[in-house]
Design a protein around this ligand. Structure first.
Ligand SMILES: [Zn+2]
Length: 144
């Protein structure tokens, strides 16, 4: 019996592996795990690490077993915050959101300017790490 879903899933997996292998950065140097110095993984979040730090799902599974569901409870802003604090908190959230949006937009503009300044050269591997994004956000953040 032919199962089309399994065959197409295998084809997708093979295509994904081929695409990943072709687009791999040959200059990439894996960062060792800060806890065990292994280069097979980059942090304690990996199950390969002897100092593995468990995720929330793993902790929940240990506590209540495999059969659990996540629930999200929503409650209105007005029912959580006392009336005297609503307007100042609302204003502060709006101000902070605007500030964060401006920092992210400025850091994207900075990254784009950097890439254009490279004039076709390949950016260094650190450019693609989360650290580079955080550093560019710090450069673009100001005390307003
Ligand atoms: Zn480790």
């Amino acid at each position: 019996m032919l199962i089309l879903g399994a065959e197409s899933a295998n084809a997708r997996l093979q295509g994904r592996q081929t695409r990943t292998a072709r687009s791999a950065n040959p200059d990439f140097v894996p960062q060792p795990c800060p806890s065990c110095n292994s280069t097979e993984h980059s942090s304690t979040r990996s199950k390969l690490c002897p100092f593995h730090s468990k995720s929330t799902d793993e902790l929940l599974e240990e506590a209540v077993g495999k059969n659990f569901e996540h629930f999200t409870r929503k409650c209105p802003f007005e029912s959580v915050v006392m009336s005297t604090y609503r307007q100042p908190l609302h204003d502060a959230v709006i101000k902070l959101s605007g500030y964060l949006r401006s920092v992210v937009i400025r850091s994207h503009i900075l990254a784009n300017a950097y890439l254009l300044d490279l004039q076709g050269n390949i950016p260094p591997p650190i450019f693609f790490l989360k650290t580079a994004f955080i550093l560019s956000c710090r450069l673009c953040s100001t005390n307003q």
